[in-house]
Every structure is written in structure tokens, then in C-alpha cells.
Design a protein around this ligand. Structure first.
Ligand SMILES: [Fe+2]
Ligand SMILES: [Fe+2]
Length: 158
């Protein structure tokens, strides 16, 4: 994030309270996304990164939809590390998350498409069609790499 830029977190906090405090969302704390980071922590990190990216760079976009989609982009309820081989989690989970989130959070069609395309180009048939979708892809990757790096660092210092 660029330094010296004021970020008003009121919308972020409002959406966090609306989405993340439900029992179901809290259960994402039981699953590991990668490198020991829970799906809950990863999703909140990504949502915060998207929010800060859009504001700090002055991107004119639908901040509400971007943040909602980011909170819910990995809204699936299993630990893929415990799944049998060849379940194609990488390709399929974006659709699963979009379906679950539509059921539980009344997504708009735009929010649904943002979630469905977040693993592009793995899911080739769902390219990102909006600015918000492209920001989510970028921040999801950035956070994933950051989370994996800090896990490696922790391992080294132990
Ligand atoms: Fe994902
Ligand atoms: Fe993710």
C-alpha cells in the first residue's frame, strides 16, 4: 500500500460485520488455505488488500462488490489438503464458493462473476470481465505468495 494515504475503513468494517461474523463464515477458521494459514485469515487478508489497493490507487470501481466478493472468494467448507488426489480443487473451488456465497449472502450477478473468475486462467471459461475481478486475482496471488513466504520464514527461525 502507498504510504501517507488516508484510508477510510468504514465500508470495510461494515461488510466485515455483515459477512464474517456468521457461524458458517467463522467455520473457515477450521480449514487451511495454504502454508498453515486458515481460509478465514486468507480471505480477510485478501479482502483488506483489495480494499486498500482500490482506495490507495484511486481506482474507480464498485468497492462494495469488490470487497464482498473478496471476503467470499474462497467460501468453501473443506480442507483441500485432506481431499483425495485429482479432485481438481484449484479449478473447481471458485464455482463452489460462488454457489455457496449466492445461497448465504444474496450475491449480485456481478459479485458472483468476480468470484467465479478468481482462479483464471485455471478456469479458462471464466475470464475476469471487470476491473474488480482483475483486482481480486492480483491481490489473491499477492496475499498467497506473502502468506507462503512468511510461513517459510517462520519455519527457518524455529
Ligand atoms: Fe481461491
Ligand atoms: Fe484465495
Amino acid at each position: 500500500m502507498k504510504k501517507g494515504i488516508f484510508i477510510d475503513y468504514s465500508l470495510f468494517d461494515e461488510l466485515f460485520a455483515e459477512i464474517c461474523l456468521t457461524e458458517k463464515y467463522q467455520s473457515l477458521k477450521n480449514n487451511i488455505a495454504h502454508a498453515g494459514v486458515t481460509t478465514y485469515d486468507h480471505s480477510v487478508n485478501v479482502a483488506k488488500a483489495c480494499y486498500e489497493y482500490a482506495i490507495s490507487r484511486g481506482v474507480k470501481c464498485d468497492l462494495r462488490s469488490l470487497t464482498r466478493a473478496a471476503f467470499l472468494h474462497d467460501y468453501y467448507f473443506y480442507d483441500w489438503h485432506k481431499m483425495p488426489l485429482f479432485t481438481f480443487h484449484g479449478i473447481k473451488h471458485a464455482k463452489t464458493a460462488a454457489r455457496n456465497a449466492t445461497r448465504d449472502y444474496n450475491l449480485t450477478p456481478k459479485e458472483r462473476r468476480i468470484i467465479e473468475s478468481h482462479m483464471y486462467p485455471l478456469n479458462l471459461f471464466h475470464p475476469p470481465l471487470s476491473k474488480e475481478a482483475r483486482i481480486l486475482i492480483k491481490m489473491d496471488r499477492k496475499c498467497t505468495i506473502g502468506e507462503m513466504k512468511s510461513a517459510k520464514k517462520k519455519k527457518k527461525t524455529v
